[in-house]
Design a protein around this ligand. Structure first.
Ligand code: FPP
Ligand code: MG
Ligand code: MG
Length: 357
């Protein structure tokens, strides 16, 4: 069996895992209020990419195969190794948390377009949108509690905390250049990577809890931590590319506002932060959140003229992306991934996420 056939087979299994995902989610919305049901079902119609469930099911299957081989190293690899129902539920719950956060996000950002159609807040107004987002979240919490693992409940509750903290961090700016990178890294982790990282962690916990201690050759906790780290890196890379797309893609391709939408919201993402090294006039604009007339267009063009997009892509694709966005030590020029030797990034300290920030 070739690697290519292997990959195809693995992705086919995940496609099967997700085939009835939207139907299963919509069946959870038991309410006699037809309007509320309609809003909740609005985004679970196949219009999204379902990236999170895809990553989570792939991770769960990989962990399950790993665990199976560990119990009997001589058995033939069975790619159809079963996905636990509770692990599949994590994928559904993660998608529900994500959609709830998007419904709320479009209220915060006053955004009219989502997944290629009018946003919930445009179609039904911000009041109903707020309540519908809450309802999706409430139903997902019930499903989570039913899995019967306190540790998994705690793990995914941390994601909710992170989403709110990350969203709040966006309203702040840092004067100092190094602090700005740190702020951006932590915000990116909280807003995007935490959900993917902790969902990957949750499917690992469920596997370990089912199979009992020592289900893998190393420490079980190490497996849980590796699943988390892998999800974290994918999540950060995902957000970095999303931030690039805001400069390189248009709304009709993205299905949501593009072409400078972040700048219009006052947000300085990685491409701008990298560009400010070459064009220091961006610093003033970042501090006033691109509020002066002409700031958005000027900043947009400076980013395109700089290497900011290339550098952001480079961080996203580097093997240790979570750490590569860290600033250099005080007094040193920042080294970007493409002009620094690989070992510098391998040895970078892990992304620092303060416990109680
Ligand atoms: C999209 O970011 C927004 C998020 C990933 C998180 C939003 C979180 C909240 C509104 C806090 C409330 C959380 C819950 C769980 C209800 P974006 O605006 O940068 O991206 P976009 O281009 O997709 O709009
Ligand atoms: Mg937002
Ligand atoms: Mg938004």
């Amino acid at each position: 069996i070739t690697q290519e056939q292997d990959d195809k087979k693995a992705s086919e299994f995940v496609q099967t895992d997700l085939k009835n995902m939207h139907q299963d989610i919509n069946n959870m919305f038991t309410t006699s209020k037809p309007d509320l049901r309609k809003i909740c079902e609005y985004y679970f119609d196949g219009s999204g990419k379902s990236i999170r469930p895809l990553i989570i099911c792939s991770m769960a299957r990989a962990l399950n195969v790993h665990c199976m081989l560990n119990s009997n190293p001589h058995q033939k690899i069975q790619l159809d190794c079963i996905l636990m129902d509770s692990q599949r539920k994590i994928a559904l719950i993660a998608e529900m948390i994500h959609v709830a956060s998007l419904i709320h996000d479009d209220i915060v950002d006053a955004s009219d377009l989502r997944r290629g159609k009018p946003s919930v807040s445009l179609k039904w107004g911000p009041h109903k949108a707020t309540l519908a987002g809450d309802f999706v979240l409430a139903v997902s919490s019930k499903a989570l509690a039913r899995l019967g693992s306190t540790r998994v409940v705690e793990t995914l509750s941390t994601v909710l905390e992170d989403l709110v903290k990350g969203e709040l961090m966006q309203f702040g700016t840092k004067e100092n250049d190094s602090e700005r990178f740190e702020h951006y890294s932590v915000k990116t982790y909280r807003k995007t990577a935490s959900l993917i990282a902790n969902s990957c962690k949750a499917v690992a916990i469920l596997l370990v809890e089912k199979n009992g201690p020592q289900c893998v050759e190393k420490n079980d906790e190490e497996l849980v931590q590796m699943a988390y780290e892998c999800g974290k890196n994918i999540g950060i890379a995902f957000q970095l590319i999303d931030d690039v797309l805001d400069f390189t893609s248009h709304s009709d391709k993205l299905g949501k506002p593009g072409a400078g939408a972040d700048l219009r919201l006052g947000l300085a993402t990685a491409p701008v932060l990298f560009a400010s090294a070459k064009y220091p006039e961006l610093n003033g604009m970042i501090m006033r959140r691109f509020a002066n007339e002409g700031d958005v267009l000027k900043a947009f063009n400076l980013v395109l003229k700089s290497d900011g997009i290339k550098e952001t892509r480079c961080v996203a694709t580097s093997s240790n992306n979570a750490n590569a966005a860290q600033p250099a030590a005080a007094g040193e020029a920042r080294r970007f991934p493409h002009d620094a030797p690989e070992r510098d990034f391998v040895n970078f300290p892990p992304l620092r996420v303060p416990e109680n920030a």
